[in-house]
Design a protein around this ligand. Structure first.
Ligand SMILES: [Ca+2]
Ligand SMILES: [Ca+2]
Ligand SMILES: [Ca+2]
Ligand SMILES: [Ca+2]
Length: 615
């Protein structure tokens, strides 16, 4: 309330009038979104003629063209980002093409390019317990990058300009993609909606006397969200004086008159944030359609995703909203409360699917043009939690999403009125967070990578064994041809994904395996695959007695000892004893049989199996 009065005193009448108009517009806008959401939750909102495709491995334009030709698919590729492709097809062909694509073995998923909406709706004050100063004293100096996936941000706003992430590998305005990441002059982030580097619709070019970007865009939403993240619960006026080490990366994916965005833009934004070292993604947006591609992208990112539950007064346990409703350890889903700590009537909720609440009514923050305004909704509650999460990361740079989530959800003052609405019913208490800081877990141990391989006469079958020590678990694993460095994998956004414990490779040579954990520790291991032919085979024993149900692992020795042959196993009678591809024998019924064990050069030995029925 104090904050409000400061603003009004500082504004001239003209500004006040402008503010009034803006608030009225927002309220109107809220009513529209509210109606649209509550009366009919559309399950099929997507951009006409646009298809997103996730491939098993990275692909290029040529391979894509061949695949499309083979399947008689007429499509234009809009964007190729490693194993993610966005296609444009004729509207009437969508269903047929989706069906064809989803039947191809090299494709994980093909789906329409679903729409993602802002979660702001139109109407009181920050009612969190405020121990900010004590908290500030305890944080360390780590710069924490927070990606705001939203509309754009007014990066020149006086209260934001010192908190904007700078891509130090890029030279500003030289027209060159200096860091070769595919984005020219991406100095503070990227506009994936208009595909340019201007992040704010109101950016004015003094030389040409023109607005640089799409005039339909309104970037107040993202600017408002950013203000809450950097304010760390301190009142918003003069927040630039606060020595906050949060750096905001602006990834604009929403724009135009309706303020909508799409899954395709969100995927590119998440990849960008990952590659550039963001720890947290604030996603104050959502859609009612499940996207497997979005879920997989979030699961394979070591960032924490703080997401808005939505503003349709809807039970997300029944009608899930994505990304908030993905059941993932690195997602926090946020509902919003009024000044009395009650769930606001328009807030979505979900006893099982929404994690926590935060204030979301009449929240004052930054808007475009160096101004301030109040906004409402789960969109506005979400950055409160992002702000706390960022402080936890700045306290322990090597912490990881589930640990941050645990500290947040156990640092609440219980509010029984909320118990039917969210999984952790309560209001954040920063004193409790400070008390729980020592429980924040860190993982500084890089993943460990081992592998073994065999050659089957045509291909190398590599069995990578990748485990994480240190507690945060493996986030993702990739491989590339040749001898590579950690940096070549660009934090796991480049390379072929290792989805199972088998990689099939055609040629002898060097390959590099990569893995990262949820704390961002990375490890690479270069392997040299070489076919060494087995000449002789010796069995440890040539006869084995087994009881029904008993199992036995065949043991052998090869000459030379480093031979890479894939050994073939075959039972003369599977009814008596069967054998797995890895030489594990299972005794099934009484009788005798033999197992043939064969090298690539066809040389073989027999193991005699005698199965008895007694134990
Ligand atoms: Ca660049
Ligand atoms: Ca440049
Ligand atoms: Ca732009
Ligand atoms: Ca680890």
């Amino acid at each position: 309330m104090v904050v409000n009065s400061v603003i009004i005193i500082n504004k001239t009448f003209r500004n006040f009038l402008l503010l009034y108009i803006i608030i009225s517009l927002i309220l109107l806008c809220d009513v529209l979104i509210y109606n649209c959401g509550k009366k009919s939750i559309s399950k099929t909102e997507f951009l006409q003629g646009e298809i997103n495709v996730l491939f098993q491995t990275s692909i290029n334009d040529n391979i894509l063209k061949k695949i499309l030709e083979n399947e008689d698919i007429i499509a234009q590729s809009v964007a190729i980002n490693e194993n993610f492709v966005q296609l444009k097809v004729a509207d009437q062909d969508m269903d047929v093409i989706l069906h064809k694509l989803n039947n191809l073995p090299m494709i994980i998923e093909a789906e329409p390019n679903y729409i993602l909406k802002n979660n702001n709706i139109g109407n009181i004050t920050n009612n969190l317990k405020n121990d900010t100063l004590i908290f500030q004293n305890q944080i360390n100096d780590n710069n924490i990058i927070v990606a705001v996936i939203d509309t754009g941000i007014d990066t020149l706003h006086p209260d934001l300009k010192n908190h904007i992430w700078i891509n130090t590998n890029e030279i500003e305005n030289d027209g060159i993609d200096n860091d070769i990441n595919g984005y020219v002059d991406d100095i503070n982030g990227w506009d994936f909606y208009n595909n340019d580097n201007t992040l704010c619709s109101y950016k004015y070019n003094n030389k040409t006397k023109e607005y640089v970007s799409n005039p339909n865009d309104c970037d107040n939403h993202g600017t408002h969200v950013a203000g809450i993240i950097v304010s760390n619960y301190v009142k918003l006026i003069n927040i630039s004086k606060l020595n906050s080490n949060i750096k905001i990366m602006s990834l604009k994916i929403q724009g135009g008159a309706d303020g909508n965005g799409s899954i395709a833009a969100a995927i590119s934004a998440i990849k960008y944030a990952t590659a550039n070292g963001a720890k947290i993604c604030n996603m104050s947006l959502g859609g009612y359609t499940y996207s497997r591609i979005l879920e997989k992208t979030i699961r394979e990112s070591n960032m924490l995703f703080v997401t808005a539950a939505g503003n349709n007064g809807n039970d997300n346990d029944v009608n899930p909203v994505y990304p908030a409703s993905f059941d993932l350890d690195n997602i926090l889903s946020i509902a919003y409360t009024d000044k009395e700590n009650k769930l606001e009537r328009n807030s979505n909720y979900g006893k099982n699917s929404v994690d926590v609440v935060a204030p979301g009514t009449n929240i004052l923050s930054t808007i475009v043009g160096g101004n301030y305004n109040q906004m409402n909704g789960s969109s506005i509650a979400t950055p409160y939690i992002t702000s706390i999460a960022a402080l936890l990361y700045s306290y322990q740079n090597y912490t990881y999403p589930i640990s941050v989530k645990n500290i947040i959800t156990k640092s609440l003052d219980n509010i029984s009125l909320l118990k039917d609405y969210v999984q952790y019913p309560g209001i954040l208490n920063t004193t409790k967070i400070i008390g729980n800081l020592s429980q924040l877990k860190i993982d500084i141990v890089e993943p460990s990578i081992m592998y073994s391989y065999v050659y089957n006469g045509k291909k190398f079958m590599v069995n990578p064994i990748i485990i994480d020590k240190g507690g945060s678990e493996i986030c993702l694993s990739k491989w590339l041809n040749g001898k590579k460095l950690i940096s070549d994998f660009s934090r796991g956004t480049i390379g072929h994904t290792i989805n199972s414990n088998l990689i099939i490779l055609d040629k002898e040579g060097f390959y590099t395996l990569y893995s990262s954990d949820y704390s961002g520790n990375e490890k690479v291991l270069t392997m040299f695959l070489h076919n060494i032919q087995g000449k002789k085979l010796f069995l440890r024993t040539e006869k084995v007695h087994l009881k029904i149900g008993e199992r036995y692992q065949i043991e052998y020795k090869l000459i030379p000892t480093n031979a890479t042959d894939e050994i073939k196993y075959c039972s003369s009678n599977d009814n008596i004893a069967s054998v797995s591809n890895y030489g594990k024998v299972t005794a099934n019924q009484k009788g005798n049989c033999r197992i043939k064990i064969q090298l690539l050069n066809k040389k073989h030995k027999y193991l005699y199996i005698i199965v008895n029925d007694q134990k």
